[in-house]
Design a protein around this ligand. Structure first.
Ligand SMILES: Nc1ncnc2c1ncn2[C@@H]1O[C@H](COP(=O)(O)OP(=O)(O)OP(=O)(O)O)[C@@H](O)[C@H]1O
Length: 228
């Protein structure tokens, strides 16, 4: 198994085709930030810290779902609640970055929902899986792509067991998927940055510094980014 691969992949680093990139940024606001990595690798932990440190810089897009609203849930706040035919048509029209089905309901992130966050001047954070990354790369959303790499599958298993969120079955599924996800994540050219998430404090500093540097670069190109 892959372990402790300290690869920093800057294949699409900030200097890459800046002029074509900046015209896109100018019209749409800050570039979305994709954080991808196996379940249990620590994505939510990194994002929680980032939001705590920069409360107004980032935002999550609002997902669509075909499930019925629960009490207190509002359309356009918690989800965009839609009917299945409407959602299927939008997917067929290539309006979604990723979709999934759970317990008979569809869920998905639309390109428009990402643009909505960009239009507010915020960096849209997307915690998405490999398929979503492949999809978003085909769009003109021009995301910053970061892969959160766990030290080993054994450590991933330890973290997931400690989190206490899994049954033996879901744990196995997540660990099986992790092998494939890590291979994809470490393939040169797939991500702008790989965070080797061993020690959480070190990982967060590396993640944070990379993101801040990217945002400062965009600011220098005329994009309004509120870094506070
Ligand atoms: N570097 C780390 N070292 C040790 N434990 C960690 C580290 N990062 C996260 N954890 C712990 O591992 C568990 C999984 O982390 P987290 O929930 O952030 O993962 P995730 O990638 O968001 O998972 P999922 O995709 O399933 O939501 C949590 O209990 C978290 O506290």
């Amino acid at each position: 198994m892959i372990s402790f691969l300290f690869i920093v992949n800057r294949a699409f680093s900030s200097s890459t085709s800046r002029s074509s990139v900046s015209s896109k940024i100018m019209s749409h606001g800050p570039r979305p930030l994709v954080l991808c990595g196996p379940s249990g690798s620590g994505k939510s932990t990194l994002l929680k810290r980032l939001f705590a440190e920069f409360p107004t810089t980032f935002g999550f897009s609002i997902s669509h779902t075909t499930r019925k609203p629960r009490e207190g849930e509002e359309h356009g706040v918690h989800y965009y609640f839609v009917e299945r035919p409407e959602m299927e048509l939008a997917i067929a029209n290539d309006e979604f970055i990723e979709t999934a089905e759970f317990s008979g309901n569809m869920y998905g992130t639309s390109k428009a929902a990402v643009r909505e966050i960009q239009n507010q001047g915020r960096v849209c954070i997307l915690d998405i899986e490999q398929k979503g990354v492949e999809q978003i790369r085909k769009t003109d959303l021009n995301p910053i792509l970061i892969f959160n790499n766990p030290p080993t599958i054994e450590e991933l298993e330890r973290r997931l067991r400690l989190r206490g969120s899994e049954t033996e079955e879901t744990l196995r599924k997540r660990l099986d998927a992790a092998q494939v996800e890590i291979s994809y994540g470490l393939t040169p050219g797939n991500f702008h940055k790989i965070i080797n998430n061993v020690d959480i404090d070190v990982a967060y500093t590396e993640f944070r510094d990379f993101v801040v540097q990217e945002l400062k670069q965009q600011e220098a190109e005329g994009v309004r980014v509120s870094l506070n």
